[in-house]
Design a protein around this ligand. Structure first.
Ligand code: AMP
Ligand code: MG
Length: 502
């Protein structure tokens, strides 16, 4: 007897769900396949009562993770580190780094665990307990820094800045002790690997050239396959990393972003923004603005970021020198020559991005210089300046723009200069508008809004966090009922300093 195939069975929702559940998440563990010196296997600390803060179902979809799985009990058990799906191989990565210029020979994931890769991206739990790299720390995270990283990293992503992302945030049900007892939390971070400049430095400092070569091979294979086909793959890798860093820093500056801790262990090898500690979007423009409470010297000020990225890349060049190939003098010269491209790459990108912010096709260095100077002189809100500029024709906006300056005269004079530059460039009004609309966000993660979301979140109310994330999903589009997210902080709300909060 021949059985008749029942077509309807394919449409049965249970079968489809079952099928999805079975492939809810599939880990690849390429980092765990590297030699032992790269990491230490480690499981997460117990979390007595995990509960959701946020689940990023959009990102789950992008990664091919079933959102139904992510938000299920099994998903919660995974992102709290309590029960990992089959195939996860959790480990803490080893790395070193220069922190504020000072050398630390052994940092590593002191409060993070790499679960494995999904669709080519690392999934990492941050705040999941002690590891052999924890030194004096507890390996945990308070809810504040988790909320901060979730909001900021997703905001950077929607602005179009390369960044690690947030898949989930949960509380653990256990207090962590900072100045006071705070709810403990874990962030699930998604990144194009977690290799840092500091990872290369670790093997360089240990004189482990075999591991250094293995790390370079792994990085090329996974992140820069085109470098593998070059005559000198290590040089090509270095050149490609430089290019991405140059672009990244220009994009940070385009949005007034100050990272705050550009240590070499926080310098991502694939050019993503990583480690949202005391970072902030600047409000009143000040080229040497710093938010971080620990950056007393202004080492990582807004305007110093390209110099510091260059400094970090110099450290990477040193770390790559033993596997570069050739005699020492020639290698040093080649590293220097390759690094020289950073300035060119950065400047080109910076000039282009700011040209677009000003509604121009190509750079006008005099206009840009004058603009930044007048913004600093008049302490103008960085985001409002450009977001009003793109909406000058709208009702009332012209007046609001003029009011950003101390005195109408300076404002009118700048506008005349800008108008003239735009006319002379030959760009059409509509073309100029398109450029500005795409370059000048109306909404950024303003510090006081982030702070308010953290304060509420610390007492278990995540509504402000979710609303802020919602608004920041479309930073370039004017939204109804969102004026309060556009406005600068009132003096009593303003946040002038940010903290690592680790
Ligand atoms: P960060 O300032 O976040 O870049 O961290 C610098 C180093 O300190 C890294 O090696 C972290 O793993 C480690 N670290 C930060 N916070 C903690 C913590 N609460 N417990 C243990 N290690 C930590
Ligand atoms: Mg770090």
């Amino acid at each position: 007897m021949r059985l008749k195939f029942n077509q309807n069975i394919l449409k049965s929702p249970t079968i489809i769900t079952l099928g999805k559940l079975l492939t809810a998440i599939q880990f690849n563990n390429s980092y765990a396949a590297l030699p032992d010196v790269f990491y230490t296997r480690q499981s997460a600390a117990p979390a007595p009562n995990p509960a959701w803060i946020a689940a990023n179902t959009d990102l789950a979809n992008e990664l091919g993770i079933d959102p139904g799985f992510l938000t299920s009990d099994a998903g919660l058990a995974m992102v709290s580190g309590q029960k990992l799906p089959h195939g996860a191989d959790p480990l803490a990565m080893a790395y070193a780094g220069h922190q504020f210029g000072g050398w630390s020979a052994r940092l590593g994931d002191g409060r993070a665990l790499l679960l494995g890769e999904v669709a080519g991206f690392d999934l990492q739990l941050k705040g999941s307990g002690r590891t052999p790299y924890s030194r004096g720390g507890d390996g945990k995270s308070a809810v504040g820094p988790v909320i901060r990283e979730y909001i900021l990293s997703e905001a950077m992503h929607t602005l179009g800045v390369p960044t690690t992302r947030a898949l989930a945030a949960v509380t653990t049900g256990e207090p962590v002790y900072r100045e006071t007892a705070l709810p403990g939390a874990i962030l699930t971070r998604v990144a194009l690997s977690h290799i840092r400049v500091g990872t290369f430095q670790y093997f360089y400092a240990n004189n482990d050239h075999k591991a250094l070569q293995a790390l370079a091979d792994y990085t090329i294979d996974r992140l820069y396959p085109e470098a593998g086909r070059a005559e000198n793959p290590v040089q090509a890798l270095f050149a490609a990393i430089i290019k991405r860093q140059a672009k990244l820093i220009a994009l940070w500056m385009k949005f007034g972003f100050i990272h705050g801790v550009m240590n070499t262990d926080n310098c991502h090898i694939a050019g993503q923004t990583i480690d949202y500690g005391p970072c902030a979007f600047m409000e009143n423009f000040e080229p040497m603005k710093v938010f971080s409470s620990i950056d007393a010297q202004g080492r990582y000020a807004w305007g110093r970021q390209p110099h510091m990225a260059h400094w970090n890349l110099m450290r990477l060049g040193e770390a790559l020198s033993p596997i570069w190939g050739g005699d020492e003098n020639a290698v040093a010269k080649q590293i220097e020559a390759t690094l020289a491209d950073f300035s060119e790459g950065f400047n080109q990108c910076f000039q282009t991005e700011f040209a677009h912010k000003l509604g121009l096709n190509s750079t006008n260095p005099i206009l840009l210089e004058n603009t930044l100077q007048i913004m600093a002189e008049h302490k103008i809100d960085f985001t409002l300046f450009f977001s009003y500029l793109r909406r000058l024709e709208q009702n009332d906006i012209r007046d609001s723009f003029l009011a950003l300056f101390n005195g109408k005269e300076a404002a009118e004079s700048w506008l005349t200069q800008w108008q003239k530059a735009r006319d002379e460039s030959g760009i059409s009004a509509s073309e100029s508008q398109v450029l500005m609309n795409a370059a000048n966000p109306i909404y950024i993660a303003r510090n006081h809004r982030v702070e308010q979301a953290i304060v509420a979140g610390t007492s278990g109310d995540y509504t402000l966090m979710h609303r802020l994330i919602e608004v920041l999903k479309n930073p370039f589009e004017q939204q109804e009922n969102a004026d309060e997210y556009e406005a600068a902080a009132k003096p009593e709300e303003a946040v002038q300093q940010t903290f690592c909060g680790t």
